[in-house]
Design a protein around this ligand. Structure first.
Ligand code: HEM
Ligand code: CU
Length: 636
């Protein structure tokens, strides 16, 4: 860049922005991006799309169950619908939506310019997308002209021997097992990346106990991911051998054991449910302090209870198997360990209430969803405690009482928490606030619809309605409850429509949100909205927990916040970032190429082995290119 006498020299950041301008435009820039913020947007948009798919599957289920003796959907199609609904909501909605927040926020919250392995990140996104598409393609592998769906129909936990070749002869379950294997690769890549990023990339002064709660929950979740995904991967390999190569891991006739599958699935499955809820718990722990204008009550206890949950989640899996005949001793032991895991969860709930207590509350939509999370998750937690009691679980197992329970914790918990995060951080990445009026309408419709759908399921379940039945007779006393549940499901659908309208209207509005619309506490609110590609012009130097808040406010004798400088302007820390050039990773298409190798391999395993080496070649071409291309771009 030519220098003209007397003209101000562009800063490094400005030179970089000028240099980088072009690689942020157009579809190609999205296909090659390694920017954690953009990968976060991709994760979020894809997960929301799958939420709509999973929601449509749920609506079809509720249409079939709205009245007794309905024949709108036949038993086979119904089995495939709830299997895909459950699998989609867990692996293609809650997990990737949590990843969206990890990607968008972690480097900003810990004061870093990027994640530790940007290309690995892009790779994890494209592998996730490949796995999600591969799984849903299964719908079209049946004889469509005869209305036969090809999707898996053995439930989201694929119990044996229902999921064996004998009882699930078509390729549905093969798509399920290879789809989950591919998604497992994406989760592992992301898990390792965030462990290294959180432990190694923090800004000077950002000690672990100055980190935002969300960063802590991301760390715990990432550790759970790298230990839980291999467990299900081994089980899925065994199922693959049983289905494709006539092995007998789970075949009781040939000495195998169907219960082995249940042990392995739930040894993964219970840590999995905490992988689903801990990110939402982290989000709520960020939102409550901001809208109560108080620091999080009992920060260390919230951190340690999260860590405790991470460890204890490995010792409870048999509570899914009380009715499989493992015996009193095993059941009692796991009953106790399950009750115990209620303690750290309870600690969190009381600390969230303590944060609100005495706060100056501004009841904005992010807070409404956060409070909704706390209330609904508590109801789900309480029914969970009733499950942990072995005798009462004998009554509840495989009934709609269980369906009610996991929707209160997964929908009332995880989904409400994720929506709280969407309304909270939307302005940070778009510079637009989501409409408050439509936001409140969205919340109340969803809150009412949710309880109308799932609360009656406690009753129909205790009245003996089994889960996974595609219809029921009219003399069981379940009619009213099912009618309420189905009406509720459509109220939920309406609330999602309101949300979509809100996003479109807000993105089109000219009103700008500015960098700190909520008067936030953590570093992401200290930088412009949307954040520049390199996040921070200068790496911040952190002096306290909620550092940005303490840069804006001190406290008076009553502990009330007093603005440091009128308007909350922030002094750049002149000492930080000396000698730091801004090196950002250059865009790359090799992670995308590598990711494409996996569905090719899986298709080969199901239909024609000749395709497998093609998939392997594509994977290694991508990895080879990625390994040998220049990693970063120098600022000019
Ligand atoms: C959008 C509103 C939703 C409605 C109306 C709904 C409805 C249902 C119903 C009626 C079933 C039971 C099917 C049966 O046993 O026959 C079911 C199963 C299930 N749902 Fe949902 N659900 C919704 C959202 C969610 C969400 C957000 C999640 C998770 C995050 C979820 C996870 C599951 C799982 C794991 C199953 C078990 C599937 C199986 O038995 O294999 N659902 N859902
Ligand atoms: Cu469990």
């Amino acid at each position: 860049m030519a220098t003209v006498i007397g003209q101000r020299q562009p800063t490094m950041a400005e030179a970089l922005r000028a240099a980088r301008g072009s690689s942020y435009e157009g579809i190609w820039s999205w296909l090659t991006t390694v920017d954690h913020k953009r990968i976060g947007v991709l994760y979020g948009a894809s997960a929301f799309f799958f939420f709509l798919l999973g929601g449509i599957e749920a609506l079809l289920i509720r249409v079939q169950l709205i009245v007794p003796n309905s024949g709108i959907i036949d038993a086979d199609a119904y089995n495939r619908l709830f299997t895909m609904h459950g699998t989609t909501m867990i692996f293609l909605v809650v997990m990737p939506m949590s990843s969206a927040f990890f990607n968008l926020l972690i480097p900003l919250q810990i004061g870093a310019r990027d994640v530790a392995f940007p290309r690995l990140h892009a790779f994890s996104y494209w592998v996730f997308l490949a796995g999600g598409i591969f799984l849903n393609i299964s719908f079209f592998t049946g004889n469509i002209f005869q209305g036969e769906l090809g999707a898996p129909g053995a439930g989201w936990f694929g119990y044996q021997t229902l999921a064996s070749k004998q009882f699930s002869p078509d390729h549905g379950v093969d798509f399920w097992l290879f789809g989950l294997q591919i998604l497992g690769v994406a989760s592992l890549a992301s898990g390792f990346n965030f462990i290294v990023t959180v432990l190694n990339m923090r800004a000077p002064g950002m000690t672990l106990f100055r980190m935002p709660l969300f960063a802590w929950m991301t760390l715990v979740t990432s550790f759970l991911l790298i230990f839980a995904m291999p467990v299900i991967a081994v089980a899925l390999f065994e199922l693959m051998f049983d289905r494709l190569f006539d092995a007998n891991f789970f075949n009781p006739v040939a000495g195998g054991n169907p219960l082995l599958w249940q042990h392995m699935f739930w040894l993964f499955g219970h840590p999995e449910v905490y992988i689903l809820i801990l990110p939402a718990m982290g989000i709520v722990s960020e939102v409550l302090p901001t809208f109560a204008r108080k620091p999080l009550f009992g920060y260390p206890f919230v951190v340690f209870s999260g860590i405790a949950i991470g460890f204890m989640s490995w010792g409870v899996w048999v509570h899914h198997m009380y009715t499989t005949g493992l015996g009193t001793v095993a059941n009692a032991a796991f009953g106790i360990s399950t009750i115990m895991i209620g303690v750290p969860t309870g600690v969190k709930i009381f600390n969230w209430l303590g944060t609100l207590w005495g706060g100056s509350i501004s009841l904005k939509t992010p807070l409404l969803f956060a409070v909704g999370f706390v209330a609904m998750f508590t109801i789900g937690g309480l029914s969970g405690v009733t499950h942990s009691m072995v005798p009462s679980d004998y009554q509840q197992q495989d009934t709609y009482y269980v369906v009610a329970h996991f929707h209160y914790v997964l929908f009332g918990g995880a989904i409400f928490g994720l929506f709280s995060g969407i309304y909270y951080w939307f302005p940070k990445f778009s510079d637009k606030l989501l409409g408050e009026g439509l936001g409140q309408l969205h919340f109340w419709l969803m809150f009412i619809g949710f309880n109308l759908t799932f609360f009656p399921m406690h009753i129909s379940g205790l009245l003996g309605m089994p889960r996974r039945i595609y219809t029921y007779s009219g003399d069981q006393g379940w009619d009213l409850w099912n009618l309420m549940s189905s009406i509720g499901a459509f109220v939920i659908a309406t609330s999602i429509l309101v949300f979509i309208i809100n996003v479109i209207v807000s993105l089109r509005s000219a009103r700008r949100a500015g960098p700190d619309p909520w008067d936030g506490r953590t570093l992401e609110w200290a930088i412009p909205s949307p954040p520049p590609p390199h996040n921070f012009d200068e790496i911040p130097h952190v002096h306290a927990r909620d550092d940005f808040w303490h840069q804006k406010y001190t406290e008076d004798e009553k502990g009330q916040p007093v603005p440091v400088v009128a308007g909350g302007a922030v002094e750049e820390d002149q000492h930080a970032g000396d000698g730091h050039g801004i090196h950002m990773p250059s865009p790359s298409f090799f992670p995308l190429i590598a990711a494409i190798g996996f569905p090719i391999m899986a298709t080969g395993m199901i239909y024609d082995y000749a395709l497998v080496p093609v998939g392997v070649a594509v994977l290694f071409t991508g990895i080879y290119g990625w390994a040998f291309e220049p990693a970063t771009e120098e600022a000019e």
